[in-house]
Design a protein around this ligand. Structure first.
Ligand SMILES: C[S@@+](CC[C@H](N)C(=O)[O-])C[C@H]1O[C@@H](n2cnc3c(N)ncnc32)[C@H](O)[C@@H]1O
Length: 252
């Protein structure tokens, strides 16, 4: 199955430990550090809408862009269920999206940028983000670090399991240091009402980007005041950081 087609069914349950409110706090602190008060915010690679809806609840007008119809349909369902109206969800590719106008800030949460795997994809995406940001607007995103690809993902296999046994996910990684590509082979077993388990297989690929590559792509697209952090407290990254939170200002 294609990326996130199978995983969309179980994504929120498997990601239950992610503290989106804490990440949203970080985004708001970053807005203040950069001296901006965005009204309209784009959530790029919004997935099932966890961050989009969190920011909408905080009063921002939100646009969510994602390439997966399955993930977006969960986001749309959640918007109504959680009583957060008015979010514009668009099924578009991060490498070729179109908006009606500019936004004050762009956020992209949980390594969406690592899914830009082709040569030139990073540059295409960053240039569009720059194009749709207001002058002095801010781009906030995070990536899995080279340390994580080399030392945590590597050739490892994991099992993720829901406490109640309703989901069982086998996860195998295959990282190629030459190409920087990491393949994830996922087998998701979900329990049906009659107690049978249905298996869905899916393959995903992420690309490892160095700090230098990310900085060059941001600068090339017209960003300045680029900062890398290791955590949500704005700490400078250690060599062993597994995630970088990156902030950059759009210069026009
Ligand atoms: C790890 S999920 C993160 C989802 C969401 N931001 C969150 O924090 O839960 C990565 C998301 O990126 C999306 N994605 C991957 N490649 C994409 C592309 N080229 N264009 C748009 N979305 C993409 C996937 O569909 C998926 O929803």
């Amino acid at each position: 199955m294609k990326s996130y087609e199978a995983l969309a069914r179980v994504y929120d349950r498997l990601n239950g430990e992610v503290d989106y409110a804490a990440i949203a706090d970080f985004y708001e602190k970053a807005f203040a550090r950069y001296g901006i008060k965005p009204r309209l915010v784009l959530d790029l690679g919004c997935g099932t809408g966890s961050m989009t809806l969190e920011l909408a609840r905080r009063g921002y007008d939100m646009i969510g862009v994602d390439a997966s119809a399955e993930m977006l349909s969960k986001a749309y369902e959640r918007m109504w269920k959680e009583g957060v109206g008015g979010v514009l969800f668009l099924e578009q590719d991060m490498r070729g999206f179109e908006l009606y106008g500019t936004v004050g800030a762009v956020v992209s949460t949980l390594d969406c940028v690592n899914y830009l795997t082709g040569d030139g994809d990073l540059e295409k995406c960053f240039s569009l983000v720059h194009n749709y940001l207001d002058p002095d607007g801010v781009f906030l995103f995070d990536v899995n670090t080279p340390y994580k690809f080399e030392n945590v993902y590597g050739e490892q296999a994991y099992i993720l399991e829901e406490d109640d046994g309703s989901i069982f996910c086998g996860w195998q990684n295959d990282f190629d240091g030459e190409t920087g590509l990491c393949r994830f082979l996922l087998s998701v077993f979900t329990e049906e009402k009659d107690g049978r388990y249905v298996r869905l297989d899916e393959e995903q690929t992420e690309r490892c980007y160095s700090r230098e590559e990310l900085t060059a792509a941001l600068e090339g697209a017209g960003f300045a005041e680029i900062a890398f952090f290791e955590d949500l407290n704005f700490s400078a990254p250690a060599d062993t950081a597994t995630r970088w939170y990156i902030a950059a200002r759009c210069k026009k």
